[in-house]
Design a protein around this ligand. Structure first.
Ligand code: GLN
Length: 549
């Protein structure tokens, strides 16, 4: 079949943030991909930061690292997981990055002496980036999420770019607004007015929506569909019902039920190879709800609270990775968040880990909660509770082992105490200069690197291959000077960089512990529903054995 011309679907938000625009983008991608179309996705974050790497997770949730090392928004993780594709820096942009590129071009005389203006040059740069991402992926469809909500000052230039694209290619661009319909508790009725205002705000940017995705606690009824259609100037079938769901993976099926795929293809004049084929997806996620046996995992982290709310968002890829592996083992994962600082206030509390089948310490930065995490690790090691450490969670294994088994009482990481006697975790040599120059943004060891696995180890057995490639995001590493001593004391470095210099995985052999392993990289970034990560699966298998005992 002849390749389709690339088509673009812009997804914007109305009324409030946090109603699942990212998941809607992923789901639209999924239902179109399931028709045999090649789909890619772009996330636009309107903030001035050049990337998401310099932000605290309380500001913006997890930083999702791409294969090429770009530090992006957690929505990118959802796109990769739903679509089973790998994205690159071409698929992500912020106001900061767009301006940075335009200013660089201006300095290089690339505008041929013209006056470089906010409009049209910024929107033109945005359009160029969107089109390049489509070409790079040879995509039939590019789904673009514009962050924020319509009517905000921040995203206006991105909306302007979208408007200009529609003007240039009327048949190739469609607009979806994901809006929220509140049901005020005292009124008990779903209200359409905020959405009408959001559509009006979008119209004032020169954009008319093709589709309204009506997010609400329940399904939208016919009366309100008709009302929105009339006042927002769309046909009633273009108002798509999107009620709250227990699992985000049900959303593609819900959208498909309202024929969103067909409607979009018709509007964009695209012929698909086949109808939607979501049978495997449906079977897999329908099955998940039926699993009865639980697997109880404690995640010991530093808490990311905003006011009275806890944002588990900061660890979303870890949560999803645990889920996927548990589902493949036909188990229901039950995650409990434990604030590492609890163990510092009352050291006896660490005993509560006995209740769980496995313990995870995810990545992190800085000193807060470290003592608590170290006591959790010691407890898991001594009491043979399966343990998986991710990045910081691996570095802390090494510190704990050095202190309590090797007897180096002051072993530490240079991140916390650069003057410590035994810096078993030290700064990466190439990072020293960067820190001196206060060059923080995008300057860690980032993105995919290969590791070679040692035969006969837990890691080697779990992966089933000799060489792996995993994503990184860290500034510190295991100090090579201590490797031999640590190994003589029983800790095994089962994964190393191909030149042998960097320690990528630390573990205890199976005869000593049912599962005690930490990775310098972040395996969670590569787990997808149909390709769960082998290390998470091996960890959960060990946890399951403990559960049965
Ligand atoms: N803070 C540690 C480092 O920079 C670990 C980073 C992480 O867990 N992502 O090396």
């Amino acid at each position: 079949m002849k390749r389709n011309k690339t088509k673009y679907i812009f997804v914007v938000g109305g009324v409030i943030s946090g109603v699942g625009k990212g998941v809607t983008v992923s789901s639209i991608g999924k239902i179109l991909q399931s028709r045999g179309l090649k789909v890619t996705a772009i996330k636009i974050d309107p903030y001035v930061n050049v990337d998401a790497g310099t932000m605290n997770p309380t500001e913006h949730g997890e930083v999702f690292v791409l294969e090429d090392g770009f530090e992006t928004d957690q929505d990118m993780g959802n796109y990769e997981r739903f679509l089973g594709i790998k994205l690159s820096r071409a698929n992500y942009m912020t106001t900061g990055r767009v301006y940075e590129a335009v200013i660089k071009k201006e300095r290089n005389l690339e505008y041929g002496g013209k006056c470089v203006q906010v409009v049209p040059h910024i929107p033109l740069e945005i359009i160029g980036r969107i089109e390049r991402a489509g070409t790079r992926a040879s995509a039939d469809i590019v789904v673009i999420e514009i962050g924020g909500t319509v009517g905000e000052y921040e995203n206006i230039l991105f909306l302007e770019a979208a408007r200009m694209m529609k003007l240039r290619k009327p048949d190739d661009v469609a607009f979806v607004i994901v809006s929220y319909l509140p049901v005020p508790s005292k009124v008990g009725e779903m209200k359409t007015k905020p959405t009408q205002h959001a559509v009006r705000a979008l119209s004032s940017a020169g954009i008319h929506p093709d589709i309204i995705v009506a997010r609400s606690q329940g399904a939208i009824d016919k009366k309100r569909k008709d009302k929105l259609a009339l006042f927002c100037n769309v046909s009633p079938e273009c108002v798509i019902s999107a009620p709250d769901v227990d699992s985000i993976y049900d959303i593609p099926l819900n959208l498909e039920r309202d024929h969103l795929g067909e409607i979009l293809l018709k509007k964009l004049k695209v012929k698909a190879k086949n109808g939607a084929d979501l049978a495997d997806w449906k079977k897999f996620f329908d099955g998940v709800g039926k699993f009865k046996d639980e697997i109880k995992i404690a995640v010991v982290g530093k808490y990311f609270d905003t006011g009275d709310f806890v944002l588990a968002d900061s660890y979303i890829s870890v949560i999803e990775a645990i889920k996927f592996s548990a589902y493949h083992l036909k188990k229901r994962p039950v995650l409990t968040w434990i604030n590492a600082k609890d163990f510092e206030v009352d050291p006896k509390k660490v005993k509560q880990l006995d209740k769980y089948d496995g313990v995870v310490v995810p990545g992190g930065f800085g000193e807060s909660g470290i003592a608590g995490k170290l006591s959790a690790i010691k407890y898991a090691r001594e009491n043979k509770i399966p343990y998986l450490g991710l990045c910081y969670g691996m570095q802390l294994i090494v510190i704990e082992y050095a202190r309590n088994v090797l007897g180096l009482k002051n072993a530490n990481t240079a991140e916390i105490d650069p003057e410590a006697d035994d810096l078993v975790i030290d700064i990466l040599p190439e990072q020293k200069e960067k820190l001196k120059n206060r060059d923080y943004g995008g300057s860690m060891r980032l993105g995919s690197y290969k590791a070679v696995l040692k035969d006969g180890t837990v890691a080697r057995e779990a992966y089933g291959t000799k060489e792996v490639s995993e994503r990184h995001r860290h500034r510190y590493e295991v100090n090579h000077e201590y490797v031999e001593r640590l190994e003589n004391a029983g800790l095994v470095f089962s994964g190393r960089s191909p030149d042998g210099k960097l320690m990528e995985i630390a573990e205890l052999p199976k005869r000593k512990h049912p599962f005690f392993l930490g990775t310098q990289f972040h395996p969670e970034f590569q787990a997808t529903p149909f390709a769960p990560h082998p290390l998470f699966t091996a960890f959960l298998k060990a946890s399951l054995k403990r559960h049965k005992k």
